[in-house]
Design a protein. Structure first.
Length: 205
């Protein structure tokens, strides 16, 4: 009969499993990663993993949810930081890029094409909604302050799309020697979007 695990032991075990799963899912892909391969790296049996996660799909959902929560945490902290609305918006952009390049496996996993259905995993749906909200909420302050005009939800997604595109190009090594440096590309994209969204007569940030 298996030993009963305390709540702390369950949380610790889940965190260990997710850390290995995050890397294997990213490096090998979903199909080439198995509960057995994850267990082997941990020095466990595959049976032991099923005490924490009922299936590989459930493990992928939990691993992705944890990554999204980590991203949301750093973005929320940046949104609540010091300075005016522009300072906080710059902090959000910096926090996003720091997370992407600091945790590339997590970033890849969040946007991988192979994803479990959110409807089957409420915690994944919650984490995804939280991260999406954190990516656009700072724009509400800019619009409310009269610095930008338009639908803040749409504008937030436009900024996000531009930033994500630049990050992916950098990660994929597609910004060759003749291309603008990543920071130059990112700042120029933000400048152009901001210029188009400024109200008539609005001061430049």
């Amino acid at each position: 009969m298996p030993l009963l695990l305390s709540d702390d032991q369950v949380l610790e075990g889940r965190a260990k499993i997710r850390a290995v799963a995050e890397r294997q899912f990213t490096e090998r892909g979903f199909d080439q990663t198995s509960m057995r391969s994850i267990a082997q790296e941990l020095g466990w049996t595959a049976t032991a993993l099923y005490r924490y996660f009922p299936s590989k799909d459930a493990l992928l959902a939990a691993t992705r949810a944890a990554a999204l929560d980590r991203l949301a945490e750093v973005l929320e902290a940046a949104t609540q930081g010091p300075g005016d609305a522009w300072a906080r918006s710059r902090a959000v952009g910096k926090a996003y890029t720091n997370f992407a390049f600091g945790e590339p496996a997590a970033y890849h996993l969040m946007f991988a094409y192979e994803q479990p259905a959110e409807a089957d995993y409420p915690d994944l749906a919650r984490a995804n909604a939280r991260a999406r909200r954190a990516m656009v909420i700072y724009v509400e302050d800019l619009v409310a302050d009269g610095q930008l005009e338009g639908d803040p939800f749409v504008l937030g997604h436009v900024y996000w799309a531009a930033l994500h595109g630049a990050v992916v190009l950098q990660m994929a090594g597609k910004l060759g020697p003749d291309a603008p440096a990543f920071d130059k590309l990112r700042h120029e994209a933000v400048r152009l979007i901001t210029r188009g969204a400024r109200p008539p007569g609005g001061a430049a940030p």
